[in-house]
Each structure stands twice: as C-alpha cells, then as structure tokens.
Write a protein that binds this ligand. Structure first.
Ligand code: UDP
Ligand code: MG
Length: 208
C-alpha cells in the first residue's frame, strides 16, 4: 500500500488493480489470427476483448491530440509509446465492468511489458501465442481488405521485423515463466479454436 505507482493509479484511473482482474495476453505476428480467435473466446468464456491496435485506431478517429503521432507510427509499423497504449487499456478495463480480459496485440516489446506491470500491478494469468509462418501471415494480410493503412506490403515487412526483433523477446520472457501456451496458427480457424478451447476450459471438463 501507498506506493507512488498505486497512488498515481487511483488518482488517474480509479482502481482496476483493486479488482484483481484476470488478464490473458494474446500475442502473435500480424495476421496470425489473434482477433479472430479472441472473438470466439469472448463468445464461449465471457472475457472482454481489448485489442490494443483497435484502441489506438479509435484514438486516431476520436481526434485526440495524440492522433497524428499514433497514425504515423502505425503507418510505419512502429510501436506507440507505452504510456499512450497503457492509458487506453486501463480506461477500457475500467469502463468494461468485467474482470476477465483478453489483451490482444500488447505488450509488443519488453518496455511495454515492464511498464504495464509497473503501472497496473497486473501480471497475466498466461499468454496465448499464435505461431504462424510469415508466408501465411502475409497471404492473410494482403487478402483481408479491412481498409487498414498498414496492410500494404511495405508496412507488412516492417511489422514482421518489429515482431521478430521486439515482440518475440516478450514471448520468450513469459516462456521462461512457463506462462506461454503456444498454438499452431497455420490451421483452419475452427481447428485452432478447438485447441484454444482446451486451454480455457476448466481442467475437470477437459476429459470428455
Ligand atoms: N500498435 C502499437 N502498440 C500496441 C498495439 C498496436 O504500437 O500495443 C500499433 C503498431 O504500429 C502495430 C499497429 O498498431 O503495427 C497494428 O496493431 P494490431 O495489433 O492491430 O495489428 P497486427 O499487426 O497484430 O495485425
Ligand atoms: Mg488485430
């Protein structure tokens, strides 16, 4: 009690930490299927899905003072400063009323990870890692047509590099804590969800 971080937390954000929420980080390269599987998990297991990328894109649309900076970083496939993303995640957690969250596409580097833990005091229950070959991710991104400014081949290449250089170390960090649940994400959506379900289902319901 009474640390500077806790005090700051309460002042600015209320106290999501007090709820002691369950957080699952959903990580994997661009186009690995994080968003698609999160939608399935929400339907079956009552989590709230928070996509860091979607929150950042909403922030651009809202005309916030950070909008232009965020837009430029996304166009270049770069990682937005932790402070910005963490504030958006905290606000979304606070506003949801739920206490179970899938945080999709965050943390993207070690600094994101450490800052989130320091600021919120939350450690993930586990990390879902959608493992997918680059050729398959590239094919999906180029064919998905969601009107995203970063789904062009130049930006996609940059996003792949950032994933390998900055995001894989986060996965390795949690692997060292035995928190990573690695999923072969090159399969059909329904097959992948069968694997995902087994991870979320309570142990005693697993044997059928
Ligand atoms: N992004 C970021 N921090 C985050 C999440 C996303 O900076 O925590 C930015 C980054 O530029 C990334 C883009 O938003 O390339 C799109 O992220 P999203 O997770 O939506 O897409 P993905 O690359 O996983 O398909
Ligand atoms: Mg996504």
């Amino acid at each position: 009690m009474g640390t500077v971080v806790e005090a700051a937390n309460k002042g600015v954000n209320g106290s999501i930490t007090e709820k002691n929420p369950t957080v699952v980080f959903v990580l994997g390269g661009p186009g690995s299927g994080k968003g698609t599987q999160c939608a399935n998990i929400v339907e079956h297991f009552g989590y709230t899905h928070l996509s860091a990328g979607d929150l950042l894109r909403a922030e651009i649309k809202s005309g916030s003072e950070n909008g232009t900076m965020i837009q430029n970083m996304i166009k270049e496939g770069k990682i937005v400063p932790s402070e910005v993303t963490i504030k958006l995640l905290q606000r979304a957690m606070q506003e949801s009323g739920n206490d179970k969250f899938l945080i999709d596409g965050f943390p993207r580097n070690e600094e994101n990870r450490a800052a989130f833990e320091n600021v919120t005091g939350i450690e993930p229950a586990f990390v879902l890692f959608f493992d997918c070959p680059e050729e398959e991710m590239e094919r999906r991104l180029l064919s998905r047509n969601q009107g995203r400014e970063d789904d062009n081949i130049e930006t996609i290449r940059k996003r792949f590099n950032v994933f390998l250089e900055s995001s894989l170390p986060v996965i390795n960090y949690y692997d060292g804590k035995a928190k990573v649940r690695k999923i072969d994400a090159a399969r059909p959506v329904q097959d992948i969800f069968e694997t995902v379900k087994a991870i979320f289902a309570p142990k005693n319901e697993k044997a059928d």
